[in-house]
Design a protein around this ligand. Structure first.
Ligand code: PLP
Length: 394
């Protein structure tokens, strides 16, 4: 039987494969330290959980408007105004089942077959696959470590063709933690306006940003770029709500309408209880975000310091999110205890099998000379895990 050609080429998530192996080892009683996770190790703040309990007890939980409850959209508009200096109307907001679902809607809404979408490498694992699922073509742009893994904005224009539909911007970035400056965003916005290209601005890590860096949404630069930008955000990372599945977009009304129609047939509304909880996350006490950020900051510094002390490993200081891209190019080609390291998958397996430490091979992000380590783990585990890595590399 001939199944969907478009979807047969979709790769499974490599990040999930390594975490599954690590999970199995843990279940077998092995003390695995995991640096592979993509979610905060903090529980959802109590006020948000209490709100959900209250809703379950006291409110009838039926369908809501397919693109999200008006009250939640109101809270999102307020947040965008307060945090990002962006004015959106409620009808320009679409609430979805996580930011990943928002991105799925976006590519379905904007892409025609053969359209090209510019993606930075290293990229978040799902971008190229989501683009392919919409029948479009990912155009991968190598972003150098020397440039903090960001687009070289002076060279970006050479990747634009008459098929370019959009460019993806992810600041702060998963997996690199890099953050774009206002000057860089201004240059990107000029290019987008000149060529009439959509900017998909994934801002899901916006509040996890360090060293006094400031998150700037490219949409806030001027009205022209705002009209071309689709802002993607959500509550998974900054409010520790990964399992609740609430993400959202802010865009012009034409794009929002198409996404609303797609979503209305694909899934109806995002989970009703989670939408009420999201209102509390946006309008309620924000101190847990500051607490989480300060904890991540301490771990970030410890992790980076220790990595750069280990023979063969090096990394930049990330400015946001909770990941470090570790350069392993000096390890590749070498042999440890009879184990030949030909690439990042070999290295990740070597660390898991010999040090009981889980990391994500960089090839999952398009960069085989790297591994990604997440510092969503305790300071104690970070120290212990890196000591173990140091031991098996000596
Ligand atoms: N965008 C980036 C850059 C991410 O790292 C993630 C999650 O790992 C998402 C989007 C999706 O987040 P969620 O679907 O949990 O809201």
């Amino acid at each position: 039987m001939k199944l969907s050609t478009k979807h047969s080429s979709i790769s499974p998530s490599l990040t999930l494969a390594i975490s599954a192996k690590a999970k199995k080892m843990k279940e077998e009683g092995i003390n695995v330290i995991s640096f592979s996770v993509g979610e905060p190790d903090f529980n959802t703040p109590e006020n948000i959980r209490n709100k959900a309990i209250d809703v379950i007890k006291n409110i009838s939980i039926g369908y809501t408007a397919a693109s999200g409850m008006p009250d939640l959209k109101k809270s999102i508009c307020n947040k965008l105004k307060l945090d990002n200096n962006l004015e959106y109307k409620e009808e320009e907001i679409i609430v979805s089942n996580g930011a990943k679902h928002s991105l799925y809607n976006i590519f379905q809404a904007i892409c025609n077959p053969e359209d090209e979408i510019i993606i930075p490498v290293p990229y978040w694992v799902s971008y190229p696959e989501l683009v392919k699922m919409a029948g479009a073509v990912p155009v991968l742009v190598n972003c150098k470590e020397e440039n903090d893994f960001k687009y070289n904005v002076d060279e970006l224009e050479k990747y634009i063709t008459d098929k370019t539909k959009a460019i993806i911007l992810n600041s702060p970035s998963n997996p690199t933690g890099s953050v774009y400056t206002l000057e860089e965003l201004e240059k990107i916005s000029k290019i987008a306006i000149k060529h009439d290209i959509i900017v998909i601005s994934d801002e899901i890590y916006e509040k996890l940003i360090y060293d006094g860096e400031k998150h700037i949404s490219i949409a806030s630069i001027n009205e022209k770029i705002k009209d071309l930008t689709i802002v993607v955000n959500g509550l998974s990372k900054c409010s520790a709500m990964t399992g609740w599945r609430i993400g959202y977009t802010a865009s012009n009304k034409e794009i929002a309408n198409i996404m609303a129609n797609i979503q209305s047939h694909a899934t109806s509304n995002p989970n009703t209880v989670a939408q009420y909880a999201a209102i509390e996350a946006l309008d309620g006490d924000q101190s847990s975000i500051e607490y989480m950020k300060n904890e991540f900051d301490k771990r970030r510094k410890e992790m980076v310091k220790k990595i750069n002390e280990i023979n063969g490993l090096s990394c930049n200081m990330p400015k946001g999110a909770f990941y470090v891209m570790v350069n392993i190019s000096k390890i590749i080609g070498k042999e440890f205890n009879g184990y030949k390291i030909n690439g990042s998958i070999d290295f990740a397996n070597y660390l898991l099998d010999n040090a009981n430490v889980a990391v994500v091979p960089g090839i999952a992000f398009g960069s085989d000379n790297y591994i990604r380590m997440s510092y969503a783990n305790s300071l104690e585990n970070i120290i212990e895990g890196l000591n173990r890595i140091e031991e098996v590399l000596n």
